[in-house]
Design a protein around this ligand. Structure first.
Ligand code: NAD
Length: 371
């Protein structure tokens, strides 16, 4: 895998300019840091700088790179829901490759305020597609033949599985939450821009990511933060809902491979093969914390079963055979090792957590319950 990645970095360096949307978020930030460290391409980051955004870790990489860093990286504070701003940003970035990650991404928030999800995930995707197509059609032949548009989506578009079976690229779309419905809509838009207008686009449908720098309203950071602050750790319903967990750097490897070797028009399902119930992942994190930051009582005693999420999907599971066969991708980061590293990162970076929480105005309240 390492050798293959080196080749991928080299090929990506031939791209003069790479545009990432949502690069101030959890996954987009990991992608930009990797591109800055491992390639020589120029990177443009379109982000509206919303509640879950942070540019701290990108700034740290830029500082390390010195003058080269400032020359190679630009943040464009743009809301993709705004047509004009989006058009101007694409022209400024003049990209050879686009990774589209910008989206509202939390199911509970989509139950609380669905309109924001329609604006960012559907209108935002429409705006970037429409402007990317005009831009693509005006590219000179040599740049046009290499151009790609990658749309980063989720396994949640397929709905919910029972105890058995897996999602794959042929699974029917059956989104159940406002979040997954807007992501499904954006996937369909991207596919239609490929089939109707010939935009060379690809779609990834990935399972739940974990790793450092995830906004603390998502499950794993919530468990860590509530535990170390001796607050109840909320687990929805009976805690038996199952998610397939993937370390964020494995997701980045898959996206980079898709960007270089993926066939336009394709979807790739990406999963970690690490299915865990919410209660089991919670107990695992609590047990690791007991060793890493011993406390007078076991952290698992803080677990608090609360009302279930409305329409809570029971299980997601991914069959990643196609991306393995076509692109040679498979997860390389071991779950037990990387979940521990993630916890240690949060323990050591309380300043980052406190800062991003304060900036966002989020107070740890329960979101997305029906009246
Ligand atoms: P995140 O919330 O951490 O980051 C999203 C970023 O997009 C934020 O910085 C936000 O400001 C930006 N953004 C949102 N709407 C925007 C708009 N209208 N204009 C410009 N910027 C906007 O989310 P994440 O976890 O990094 O997810 C990134 C992408 O990956 C999303 O498209 C999500 O659907 C997808 N995805 C996430 C996971 C996961 O487990 N986190 C799994 C599969 C797929």
């Amino acid at each position: 895998m390492d050798l293959k990645l080196k080749k991928i970095y080299k090929l990506l360096s031939d791209n003069k300019s790479i545009l990432v949307t949502g690069g101030a978020g959890f996954i987009g930030g990991a992608l930009i840091r990797r591109l800055l460290k491992e390639t020589t391409a120029k990177i443009f980051n379109i982000d509206k700088l919303g509640y879950s955004s942070s540019l701290i870790s990108i700034d740290q990489v830029i500082n390390k790179l010195g003058l080269e860093g400032t020359k190679r990286y630009t943040t464009l504070k743009v809301n993709l829901a705004n047509q004009k701003e989006t058009e101007e940003a694409i022209l400024e970035a003049n990209p050879d490759l686009i990774f589209h990650l910008a989206a509202e991404s939390h199911v509970d928030r989509s139950i609380e305020s669905p309109r924001k999800f329609l604006e960012s995930n559907i209108i935002g995707t429409f705006n970037i597609l429409e402007n990317s197509l005009i831009y693509f059609n005006n590219l000179p032949k040599n740049r046009k033949s290499n151009f790609k548009f990658l749309h980063i989506s989720t396994d949640e578009v397929y709905g919910s599985l029972g105890k058995s079976g897996f999602f794959n690229e042929n699974s029917n779309y059956k989104p159940m939450s406002p979040y997954s419905a807007t992501k499904a809509a954006s996937d369909h838009l991207v596919d239609s821009w490929f089939h109707t207008f010939g935009l060379p686009s690809l779609v990834s449908n990935c399972s739940n990511n974990y790793g450092p720098r995830q906004f603390p309203d998502k499950l794993i950071p919530t468990i860590i933060m509530n535990a170390i602050n001796s607050k109840p750790i909320p687990i929805y319903g009976n805690g038996l809902n199952i998610r397939d967990w993937l370390f964020v750097e494995d997701h980045i490897n898959a996206l980079l491979l898709m960007a270089v070797k993926g066939k336009p028009g394709s979807h790739y399902c990406i999963g970690g093969g690490e299915e865990k119930s919410n209660i089991n992942i919670c107990k695992k994190v609590c047990n690791l914390l007991d060793d890493l930051k011993p406390h007078k009582f076991p952290y698992s005693s803080l677990i608090d079963f609360v009302d279930d999420r409305p329409g809570h999907d029971f299980r997601y599971g991914i069959d990643s055979t196609l991306i393995f066969k076509d692109l040679g991708w498979q997860p390389i980061f071991e779950f037990n090792k990387t979940i521990k590293e993630t916890i240690i990162w949060y323990l050591k970076n309380q300043d980052w957590v406190n800062f991003i929480i304060q900036e966002s105005g989020y107070k740890g309240e329960r979101l997305g319950i029906l009246n």
